[in-house]
Design a protein around this ligand. Structure first.
Ligand code: ZN
Length: 249
């Protein structure tokens, strides 16, 4: 059992931040987050959520570690090749912070199991690498009014959005229909610089922590586009569409 002394020893630097304190640290301890996709985006997101002390963390990923993942998926090393990412990620997070409850789900999220996986968590991080999963996550978060922190990466550019929850638009408000298979390249086909998911996945973790703490300005209804080539970040407001077939009226 974690005592107040243990909490202060581990999280001293975070507790010292004005507006967090021991009360904020307890909020994190009592919070839960589900990370869908334990790859390039999921690696830094999971590491920072666990290090920060989010009390219960779920990891959904049915993939196994491949040598070509190591250029960007910093949770894993050479010895992990062939292992299930969800299981290996859970072991690494437990080694980082054994006070947490880490729940690995080595399954592929689909229309049938999305609700049961998403329902038990406070905030959902979409770290998936394909459109099919993105629409499933957004549709379920919209239906259940869960706060969703979505991200995607492409070559030198990354996007982060705050979606769903009580009032924010859903992914379909921006992109109503799923692109046909093969029309848009996945990150592993289009290529991506390894540090980019590190930056963007860390932004997802920051937004999830802010959401739990009630700190700052929520990203809900906002799209951030980060370009590593120019180091510029652009910000766009996303409107909820009245005719959205998922969240419209
Ligand atoms: Zn919508």
């Amino acid at each position: 059992m974690e005592t107040t002394v243990d909490i202060v020893r581990r999280y001293r630097k975070q507790i010292a931040v004005p507006g967090i304190g021991i009360e904020g640290q307890r909020k994190l301890r009592n919070a839960s987050a589900l990370v869908i996709g334990a790859g390039g985006l999921g690696s830094p997101a999971l590491l920072y959520l666990a290090a920060a002390g989010i009390g219960r963390i779920g990891i959904v990923d049915n993939d196994t570690v491949d040598l070509s993942n190591l250029q960007r998926q910093i949770l894993y090393d050479e010895a992990d090749q062939g292992a299930l990412k969800a299981v290996r990620a859970a072991e690494k997070l437990h080694a980082l912070n054994s006070t947490l409850t880490i729940e690995p789900f080595p399954v592929r999220l689909n229309e049938q199991n999305a609700a049961e996986h998403i329902a038990p968590y406070d905030v959902i991080l979409d770290c998936a690498d394909n459109f099919h999963t993105r629409y499933i996550i957004s549709d379920e978060c919209s239906r259940s009014k869960k706060m969703l922190v979505h991200a995607s990466i492409h070559r030198f550019e990354g996007q982060v959005m705050g979606l769903c929850g009580d009032t924010a638009p859903c992914y379909r408000c921006l992109y109503p229909e799923q692109p046909a298979d093969g029309l848009i390249l996945r990150c592993d086909e289009a290529g991506v610089i390894g540090v980019l998911p590190g930056i963007i996945g860390s932004m997802q973790a920051a937004e999830a922590l802010k959401h739990v703490l009630g700190a700052g300005i929520p990203l809900a209804g906002t799209l951030i586009v980060f370009d590593a080539l120019t180091m510029q970040m652009r910000r766009f407001t996303i409107a909820k569409r009245a005719d959205c077939r998922c969240c419209g009226t």
